[in-house]
Design a protein around this ligand. Structure first.
Ligand SMILES: *[C@@H]1O[C@H](CO)[C@@H](O)[C@H](O)[C@H]1NC(C)=O
Ligand SMILES: *[C@@H]1O[C@H](CO)[C@@H](O)[C@H](O)[C@H]1NC(C)=O
Ligand SMILES: *[C@@H]1O[C@H](CO)[C@@H](O)[C@H](O)[C@H]1NC(C)=O
Ligand SMILES: *[C@@H]1O[C@H](CO)[C@@H](O)[C@H](O)[C@H]1NC(C)=O
Ligand SMILES: *[C@@H]1O[C@H](CO)[C@@H](O)[C@H](O)[C@H]1NC(C)=O
Ligand SMILES: *[C@@H]1O[C@H](CO)[C@@H](O)[C@H](O)[C@H]1NC(C)=O
Ligand SMILES: *[C@@H]1O[C@H](CO)[C@@H](O)[C@H](O)[C@H]1NC(C)=O
Ligand SMILES: *[C@@H]1O[C@H](CO)[C@@H](O)[C@H](O)[C@H]1NC(C)=O
Ligand SMILES: *[C@@H]1O[C@H](CO)[C@@H](O)[C@H](O)[C@H]1NC(C)=O
Ligand SMILES: *[C@@H]1O[C@H](CO)[C@@H](O)[C@H](O)[C@H]1NC(C)=O
Length: 764
């Protein structure tokens, strides 16, 4: 299966292969300053005026529609018409049907060609005739064997307990008997026996606390709770302090109010977590570099000969296993009364009072065996060609660990609904202004492999042509709209929520969003937007309907209970929020691809930048001293901070005006029929100039040197937090310099930040 390569040859012509000189041209265009761009466009405008004047002069019967590059549909705003067709299509709701198809099997990275085919065929059938498989090779691990034994070393090393390491089979839920082991992708092979210690969430600060208490961690097995940070980093921090293996479990205390102790019945009979539920997942060190751990920053397609590097910068050298809270209970109970008990380290495990251990009479044997190999990632790509194919927006979703109704197939079902609606729209003869590409990424679950390899391979083309990346991963596990985004997309996201009603109510989706989440969040990592935003500087958004931990069912993430049954009974009965997400995403896609003035805006970025900068905890003594003369010349950090504050103020004003100007252009298109040809041509050139500023705006947030120790992360404003993984860090370079007490690095980055603001001010 891994050697399967048929698609590549078969679909070569449909590939988004780049014509090399076009690529070079547009890449260098991106490097032009805005003034140069404005000059260039003024020049083109002048040329066309001369051209048209000549035509008239020589008595050519001039008709506006004769100019093939000015064709009305290509230019005017067709959003109102096209959105009507989309919403009409989505009055029907097939999300449940697609979801049932997706949950017949898993789609473990690089393995299930049957499911890859399903998605490809559906893309084509529903309207993306231009669809193909785009393959990359990647280092991947697949589970072979594992075991865990609790050993009584005071009694002849007898094994006193051997957990099953798999979920209970439930009569109600056919997906619970699916045969996929509970394992962690990339966790090292090993057969480790040792004493064990409870290490809370396994955060950097948790291990620091244990070390400060003088606890000997060397060679011991860490037991950590899921939650707070991304799991791979828990394993990294355990490895960094010399521990030999990690066991991860989900503590019900992290399920908020939805616990058995509060009267909730466990799944499948109620909202609480089933005690045997296990969270699978990747052990890759996500905040170091995502993607193939052997090809950071580049990608290898099948048949290409390129070197791979040692993967252990981004994957663990120690083994790790996931376990349910039911099965960890007898193990943790052995620690009761041994070692200190730390404040706020409590969970909710029967018969265990959360003393950390170790108990010298008991050891664990943890055995993990996986097949580490180079495998083929199958990204499924489908394209709608726009009038202007030199620009596109990208929409993505991904593979799965298990049959997985929510993660990601609530997203997969949503995307098929969107494609169905656009398929209907295409049948009316409609064409978007710029191209739309849909992607189903492989290997996301292992570490965002498919998206990262694709984006590394086509880096230049993406930087030159990609307007925005729209992600949905878990599109629906509840009814609360969740949005995280680059501020350039805030405006279009919020405007679109105003166009839709919230189910079973008379309020709009906007009213719902404002009274629940309230505000669009920032992107960290943990899904496929990472490479586009944080490596390439492309405005990105991640969206979905989530739940709360108060009065809705617990979502049993990466377990066999993320199933079709759970979705229909608890997650989204009637697929109402799948349907709403399909409508919402479709309209966002339409706004971005079907309007003459790109729907990206700049003022929200300026506002956020100022907030992030003010939130930096710059040490007081850094602001006072002036010793770093050779670094920052006659500017003390204090002076520079003041200058930056002024620049941030100026940027707010400039971006406000620029956004107003963009609205004016948008308004003019509404009066298109009333404009003279000259006014139309002028509007077109003004729009082209404005669009090119918007298109490359976020690219200016990149610092080619990236962050310290993880240069892959090049965005100055957003990165995966180095101690958190999922949660983002704003202004990561500056924040980390402060954390590391590195005034020299801080001063350098501050200067760069100041220059970046100059560029943004000049552009807006
Ligand atoms: C996938 O589709 C290809 C091309 O249609 C076909 O040759 C192949 O047998 C299919 N594979 C599976 C596993 O269904
Ligand atoms: C310890 O185990 C060994 C081998 O299983 C056995 O021969 C021996 O009798 C046991 N000793 C005790 C004290 O149980
Ligand atoms: C999962 O459950 C749904 C029905 O609840 C069923 O259609 C599907 O085939 C099941 N898949 C597996 C792998 O059991
Ligand atoms: C693991 O190592 C122990 C000795 O420490 C050995 O008895 C056991 O057979 C090993 N397990 C496997 C699966 O190799
Ligand atoms: C924890 O429980 C054990 C018995 O299970 C008891 O001996 C010990 O004192 C308790 N420790 C604390 C700190 O409560
Ligand atoms: C270990 O077990 C032995 C035998 O059961 C017992 O005598 C001893 O007190 C235990 N040690 C600890 C530290 O609990
Ligand atoms: C994959 O692993 C198997 C053994 O587990 C080995 O025989 C094979 O050569 C490996 N293939 C690659 C491409 O590494
Ligand atoms: C909401 O309305 C839908 C129809 O639009 C209906 O099927 C569903 O049962 C309603 N849900 C609630 C909670 O009232
Ligand atoms: C659940 O809580 C939300 C607010 O937290 C509330 O709007 C909703 O009505 C509640 N639903 C039920 C079924 O209690
Ligand atoms: C101070 O710095 C500015 C620009 O950074 C420079 O133009 C000026 O000459 C410097 N003044 C002195 C006294 O070094």
């Amino acid at each position: 299966m891994k050697e399967y390569m048929d698609y590549k040859d078969e679909k070569k012509d449909n590939n988004i292969h780049i014509v090399n000189d076009v690529e070079a041209q547009s890449t260098s265009f991106y490097n032009y300053t805005i003034n140069e761009k404005k000059k260039l466009y003024s020049f083109l405008f002048l040329l066309s005026l001369i051209f048209i004047s000549l035509l008239t002069l020589f008595n050519f019967s001039f008709s506006f529609s004769n100019l093939s590059f000015i064709n009305n549909n290509n230019i005017v705003n067709t959003y109102d018409l096209s959105s009507t067709v989309i919403l009409k299509s989505l009055e029907k709701n097939y999300a449940g049907k697609w979801l049932k198809d997706y949950t017949i099997d898993n789609q473990l990275a690089g393995t299930n060609l049957k499911m890859v085919n399903y998605t490809l065929n559906k893309f084509i059938e529903l309207g993306l005739t231009d669809s193909y498989i785009d393959q990359y090779t990647s280092y991947i691990s697949y589970p072979l064997e594992n075991s865990l034994s609790l050993i009584d070393s005071s009694n002849n090393n007898s094994i006193i307990y051997k957990p099953s390491l798999i979920e209970d089979i439930l009569d109600e839920d056919p997906n619970s008997s699916y045969n996929v082991p509970a394992f962690l992708g990339y966790a090292a092979n090993g057969n480790i026996t040792g004493e064990f210690i409870y290490c809370n969430y396994g955060r950097f600060e948790d291990f620091e606390k244990l070390i400060n208490l003088g606890i000997n961690l060397k060679g011991k097995i860490a037991i950590v709770k899921y939650g707070e940070i991304y799991r791979g980093l828990k394993i990294k921090f355990a490895q960094d302090v010399g521990m030999s293996a990690v066991l991860l479990y989900t503590d019900p205390k992290d399920d908020g109010e939805i616990i058995i102790q509060n009267g909730f019945k466990p799944y499948p009979n109620g909202f609480a977590r089933n005690p045997s539920s296990i969270q699978r997942g990747s052990a890759l060190f996500l905040s170091m570099t995502p993607g193939d751990p052997m090809t950071p920053g580049y990608a290898i397609k099948p048949g290409e000969k390129k070197d791979r590097i040692d993967p252990f910068n981004t994957i663990p050298k120690i083994p790790a296993l996931p376990i349910s809270y039911k099965e960890i209970t007898p193990i943790l109970q052995k620690l009761s009364g041994y070692g200190p008990k730390l404040n706020n380290w409590d969970g909710l495990i029967d018969g265990y009072n959360f003393t950390i251990g170790p108990n010298p009479n008991f050891t664990l044997n943890l055995y993990n065996k996986q097949d580490f190999n180079i495998s083929i990632m199958n990204n499924i790509m489908g394209k709608i060609k726009g009038y202007d194919d030199s620009k596109f927006i990208l929409i993505g979703n991904h593979d799965s660990w298990t049959p997985a109704a929510a993660d990601p197939h609530s997203g997969s079902a949503t995307i098929l609904e969107i494609i169905r609606a656009f398929g209907n729209l295409l049948e009316t003869g409609w064409k978007p202004k710029i191209s739309i590409i849909f992607a189903s990424w492989d290997g996301e679950e292992y570490g965002l492999i498919g998206s990262t390899e694709y984006a590394e391979y086509y880096e230049n083309e993406l930087k030159a042509k990609c307007i925005a990346y729209i992600n949905t991963d878990v599109s629906t596990i509840g009814n609360i709209l969740n949005l995280q985004s680059s501020p350039m997309l805030n405006n279009i996201l919020l405007d679109t929520t105003k166009e839709l009603l919230y189910p079973n109510s008379s309020i709009t989706l906007y009213d719902h969003f404002i009274s629940n989440m309230g505000k669009i969040g920032t992107l960290g990592s943990g899904s496929d937007y990472t490479v586009f935003l944080e490596h390439l500087g492309i405005p990105s958004v991640d969206m979905g309907f989530s739940n709360n931990l108060k009065n809705s069912s617990i979502y049993q993430y990466h377990s066999l209970y993320d199933s079709y049954y759970w979705m229909t009974k608890f997650g989204d009965p009637g697929f109402i929020y799948h349907n709403l997400m399909s409508k919402f995403m479709s309209l966002v896609i339409l706004h971005l691809s079907d309007e003459p003035v790109l729907r990206l805006r700049t003022n929200d970025y300026a506002i956020e930048l100022e907030k992030y900068f003010n939130d930096l905890n710059i040490p007081k003594n850094w602001l006072n001293i002036n010793k770093e003369k050779n670094l920052i010349k006659n500017n003390s950090i204090h002076k520079l901070v003041k200058i930056i504050n002024n620049k941030l103020e100026l940027l707010k004003t400039k971006t406000f005006d620029f956004d107003e100007y963009l609205s004016e252009l948008t308004e003019l298109f509404k009066k298109w029929e009333d404009l003279s040809y000259w006014q139309r041509i002028k509007l077109i050139f003004k729009t082209k100039s404005a669009n090119s500023i918007l298109q490359y705006y976020e690219r200016h947030f990149l610092d080619e040197h990236g962050l310290n120790n993880r240069p892959w992360f090049k965005h100055v404003v957003y990165a995966s937090g180095r101690y958190t993984g999922y949660k983002g860090q704003e202004l990561p370079g500056l924040a980390e310099a402060i954390e590391d007490n590195d005034i020299k690095d801080f001063a350098i980055r501050l200067k760069k930040f100041s220059h970046m603001l100059d560029t943004l001010i000049r552009m807006s």
